[in-house]
Design a protein around this ligand. Structure first.
Ligand SMILES: [Zn+2]
Length: 290
């Protein structure tokens, strides 16, 4: 558990390990960059050149609310094109319980964006239907993000094409809308004093990050503004999953410029330990504070 003033932050891991070749995730990467940044091995890039990633949620307990940030891949989802996510039986809810969090205690769920690995536990399968996993939560979806994926989903259905994001809009977002638990919010929405969203467009068209401030301490929950510390060594490297790679790079560079050599803790969407860190400048690029 980590603290941002009086706000406690618990990472709940769904899975972690080698994910895919680093040059699959980051098509622009060069071997020179990896050679010049040996600190990335083996924690973040393994000996077989795979990127090491974690899929996790964050539970924030503020003095007023319990907030779940991002909801991983989920169980029983049909993801045949991504075997690691297909019809899974993760013990995520047990891990949540071991972290002392009951699903009914969650007041808000905030998904930084709507890729399949950030919305999965929004729902679970009950008697053949997808129902909200967090029964008392309001699910905060950035309006811009929701409307983009709603249109992509609808257009794909109309054309008879494969729906986007492995079908996660249909099984992990729409059921929350239909249950009346979703709230579409603007990209600067304030959840409570000191806890608010900010636009972080690029990885997806409506991606947002979350700020948490308490007692002069500050953390940001950056989602997929970066996937791996390799992108600190070269913030220009966008992932193959970025809908606008140039905008994604601008957003990432701006975040690094703004928070490097400050006290702000950056809680990332996919770094293995240290999943949260302060950023430092390293000459022409950035790194993790030791
Ligand atoms: Zn992700």
């Amino acid at each position: 558990m980590q603290l941002i003033g009086d706000i406690s932050v618990t990472r709940v891991v769904e899975s972690e390990g080698s994910f895919a070749p680093i040059d699959f995730l980051l098509p622009g990467i060069t071997s020179e960059l990896l050679q010049a940044n040996r600190w990335l091995r083996p924690a973040f890039v393994d000996d077989a050149n795979n990127v090491v990633m974690s899929f996790h949620s964050y539970v924030l307990r503020t003095p007023r609310h319990t907030i779940l940030v991002d909801s991983c891949v989920g169980n029983e989802k049909e993801r045949p094109l991504r075997p690691q996510w297909h019809r899974q039986r993760f013990d995520f809810l047990d891990r949540l319980a071991r972290a002392g969090v009951k699903p009914e205690e969650i007041d808000f769920v905030f998904c930084t964006h709507m890729h399949a690995d950030h919305v999965g536990w929004n729902t679970r399968l009950r008697d053949g239907n997808w129902v909200p996993t967090l029964p008392g939560a309001r699910y905060l979806f950035a309006r811009r993000e929701y409307e983009y994926w709603e249109r992509m989903h609808r257009e794909a259905l109309a054309k008879g094409e494969a729906v986007p994001n492995h079908g996660s809009f249909a099984d992990s977002v729409l059921p929350v809308m239909e249950a009346g638990q979703a709230v579409l919010v603007e990209s600067d929405h304030e959840i409570e004093d000191g806890v608010h969203l900010e636009a972080a467009y690029g990885h997806t068209p409506g991606a947002c990050l979350l700020h948490a401030r308490n007692r002069n301490q500050h953390g940001i929950f950056a989602g997929d503004v970066m996937h791996t510390p390799v992108q600190l060594a070269d913030p220009g490297l966008s992932s193959r999953f970025c809908s606008d790679p140039l905008q994604s790079a601008r957003t990432r560079l701006a975040l690094c410029e703004r928070y490097a050599d400050t006290a702000t803790m950056v809680f990332t969407g996919h770094f293995p330990l240290p999943n949260a860190a302060r950023l430092v400048r390293t000459g022409t690029a950035f790194g993790l504070h030791n």
